[in-house]
Design a protein around this ligand. Structure first.
Ligand code: ADP
Ligand code: K
Ligand code: MG
Length: 469
């Protein structure tokens, strides 16, 4: 299977002026119908959740990948597509309504307006498409429509980040959090449904055109039943290291250890997103800590040679044994040519869950910041032209100048995968993704030393029947 390139869920088509091209800028000026009866009508309908099992087409009696053949595949695809055709407009309408309820001034922010318009246009195109999906051709047409919509939504998260960063002062923190938590959870569900409809169809195409029997037994649409976290970590690490090189001129190694041959059932794009965000945080902290401590290629330990720690030194006989490990054993001493200690990623396979620990030696988080790190838009990336400060002196809070100042301009250079840091969305979003299928994420800061992030993910095949999308 081909994973989407690392971080592609946050792909950014960078322009010199920020997120919006000139055409998009014009588009957001267009008046978008606010009082649309059709939206209200759909938004008033109940959401029909679906179990992951049904969504994956595993609920049909007597169906196994080998037995069902093309006819069975088609029936499953039709089920999923019909469900998507009926359900997506309801969920989109609810997002549109929720966005309309934001304070007026927040709704006038160009980024938020753009997101609103994307949801509104998607709602319109799906409801304008034929209601009946009867055969292969209908299916292909509908899947193509969804594919276009999913692609057009690729920048929604960075746009929301930038929008709410600029609107911080117009809404209470808790209200922003509630809105975004709900929105992002809804978005995950919408994408799962849409991407499942798309990828089942694509697999069918591959199946039909391939001379090899059942080419991807281990992939059921968006779910991978033999996902190897070690492989995904490697892909994400090299992507994040490259991003780090671009921003800082160097990057730390990423060491993967533990049960590296672990495989489990999960949604690769979710794990990919989580890993990229956590690795970005760790490499950034590591490199900035190196700079702070004056670690360099010439003096990688950041200490004078006569103050180097003594080698292995056991005080045996004590219940608490102090071990000054030698350079080979202590991972923090394994600095690379640029003076950075590695980021360590440890994989553990439990009976029903997989735990991934991401450990860095980037100095940890101050007590003052710690309480805020899971807030949307909270970041310690400094920018001289803080858009929200600028705008306080303006009559118009979203003057064209202020939009493109600050974080967006600094960070958007990074292109694919979003900035290395600066939007303040990494941690809150990562936690929502981790919790979506019953997992969780905890960050422990050893202030002055480094951070450990524990990511616990459930084997989702254990609970296919219970997981409601
Ligand atoms: P961003 O990375 O855009 O700043 P995040 O939500 O990912 O937003 O992180 C918020 C803040 O938490 C970061 O700006 C940083 O100050 C702190 N942080 C997160 N992870 C780490 C880490 N591993 N080490 C040190 N600080 C961290
Ligand atoms: K944050
Ligand atoms: Mg981050």
């Amino acid at each position: 299977m081909t994973l989407r390139s690392a971080g592609s869920s946050m792909a950014i088509t960078s322009t010199k002026r920020g997120f919006l091209t000139n055409t998009e800028q014009k588009e957001v000026e267009d008046v978008v119908s606010f009082y649309d009866d059709k939206v209200t009508q759909y938004a008033n309908q109940e959401i029909q959740t679906v179990t992951l099992k049904t969504l994956l087409g595993l609920g049909r009696s007597g169906s196994s990948n080998h037995e069902q053949g093309t006819a069975g595949d088609l029936a499953i695809n039709l089920d999923v597509a019909r469900y998507a055709r009926k359900e997506l407009p309801v969920r989109l309408a609810r997002l549109i309504k929720a966005t309309q309820k934001l304070p007026f001034i927040v709704g006038t922010n160009p980024y938020i307006k753009r997101v609103y318009k994307l949801y509104y246009d998607s709602f319109q195109s799906i409801t304008a498409s034929p209601e009946e999906i009867r055969n292969k051709d209908d299916l292909d047409r509908f899947a193509a429509l969804l594919k276009g919509l999913v692609a057009s939504h690729a920048d929604v998260v960075p746009m929301l980040s930038q929008g709410f960063l600029e609107c911080k002062k117009y809404m209470a923190k808790e209200d922003i959090k509630r809105f975004l938590d709900d929105m992002i959870r809804a978005r995950i569900g919408i994408r799962l449904i849409a991407e499942q409809a798309i990828s089942l169809r694509e697999q069918r195409h591959e199946h039909e055109t391939s001379s090899v029997e059942t080419p991807h037994d281990d992939i059921v649409g968006v779910v991978h039943t033999e996902l190897r976290p070690a492989d995904l970590i490697r892909t994400c690490a090299s992507f994040v290291q490259e991003l780090c090189d671009v921003n800082y001129g160097s990057s730390p190694e990423v060491v993967i250890n533990g049960q590296t041959d672990t495989t489990f059932t999960y949604v690769p794009v979710h794990l990919e997103y989580i890993l990229c965000e956590l690795l970005k945080n760790s490499v950034r902290a590591t490199v900035e800590q190196s700079q702070k401590m004056g670690r360099s290629a010439l003096n990688p330990h950041g200490i004078e040679s006569d103050r180097r720690p003594s080698p292995t030194n056991y005080e045996s006989g004590n219940s608490a044994v102090i071990v000054n490990q030698d350079d080979d054993q202590d991972i923090t001493k394994r600095v690379n040519d640029f003076g950075h200690p590695p980021v360590e990623v440890t994989i553990a396979q439990g009976e029903r869950e997989v735990t991934i620990r991401i450990r860095d030696h980037g100095g940890g988080i101050s007590q003052e910041d710690f309480d805020a790190i899971f807030d949307y838009s909270f970041t310690t990336v400094k920018n001289e032209n803080d858009a929200s400060k600028d705008s306080s002196s303006d009559d118009s809070p979203y003057g064209v100048d202020s939009i493109f100042k600050g974080v967006s301009r600094l960070a958007m250079q990074a292109g694919l995968g979003g900035p290395i840091a600066g939007l303040g969305f990494g941690l809150p979003l990562t936690r929502i993704y981790a919790q979506y299928f019953g997992g969780d994420m905890h960050l422990i800061s050893l202030q002055g030393y480094g951070c450990d992030v524990f990511l616990k993910l459930k084997q989702i095949d254990e609970s296919l029947d219970d997981l409601q999308i």
